[in-house]
Design a protein around this ligand. Structure first.
Ligand code: ZN
Length: 218
């Protein structure tokens, strides 16, 4: 027999504009399944009752009045770029602050946060400028989201800066190159460099790679 899944503790958590206040009475659904509900308050002050799935899956993030306002804003001039930027902003905050977000372990779960000012969307918009369909990238992957550490990047630019692909500083001469840049310099595949780093550590791996470096093709 299946073990019942324990109720999530959502009190004080924030989902979009909703802040969760307390559990609301559960409702027995059509097929006898218990549906859990929470009392929530919108950023505008309106109270509401929202189902757990609607909250955690992001289907409900604000009260009806705020939803109407937001969709009206979509139809105003420049509404489109503003809307895609809003999605970026919402996603950024969810990755860092909502433990139920699918990627939370790679962000909030390892200490990546959003700076205080950027909890205000208009401030974020003013600092970053238009996204033009690009994604937000952190220059230093171990630091959080802030004006100093963020820029707009294409998806492939962003791919170069994932946690596995890091910048490495040469132990002897202090040059800082991207992981793939070093692999190119050593004339080996990035995966071989990855392996050597794991096996020998940075200093020894660099020594070995340099000793075996292939002469440049002329
Ligand atoms: Zn509201």
């Amino acid at each position: 027999m299946a073990t019942p899944i324990p109720a999530l503790e959502l009190t004080n958590q924030v989902f979009g504009k909703w802040t969760v206040l307390s559990p609301a009475p559960s409702v027995r659904g059509k097929h006898g399944k218990l549906r859990r509900y929470w009392n929530v308050r919108c950023a505008c002050g309106a109270a509401g009752v929202v189902g757990v799935n609607a909250l955690t899956m992001g289907r409900s993030s604000q009260c009806v009045a705020c939803g109407r306002k937001a969709s009206a804003a979509k139809h105003t001039r420049h509404g489109r770029s503003k809307t895609s930027q809003y999605a970026v902003w919402e996603g950024m905050i969810a990755r860092c602050e909502n433990p139920h977000h699918g990627s939370y372990h790679k962000y909030g779960g390892r200490g990546i946060s959003v700076c205080a000012e950027w909890h205000d969307f208009t401030k974020f918009l003013a600092d970053m400028g238009p996204s033009n369909g690009l994604t937000i990238e952190r220059k230093d992957n171990d630091k959080g989201y802030s004006p100093e550490n963020c820029r707009w990047a294409t998806v492939s630019e962003q791919g170069r800066n994932t946690r596995r692909n890091v910048f490495l500083t040469h132990p002897a001469d202090g040059r800082r190159l991207h992981h793939s840049g070093w692999a190119r310099e050593f004339g080996i595949a990035p995966s071989s460099l990855q392996w050597a780093l794991k096996r020998y550590g940075l200093v020894e791996a660099f020594k070995r790679c340099e000793a075996r470096r292939k002469p440049p093709v002329s």
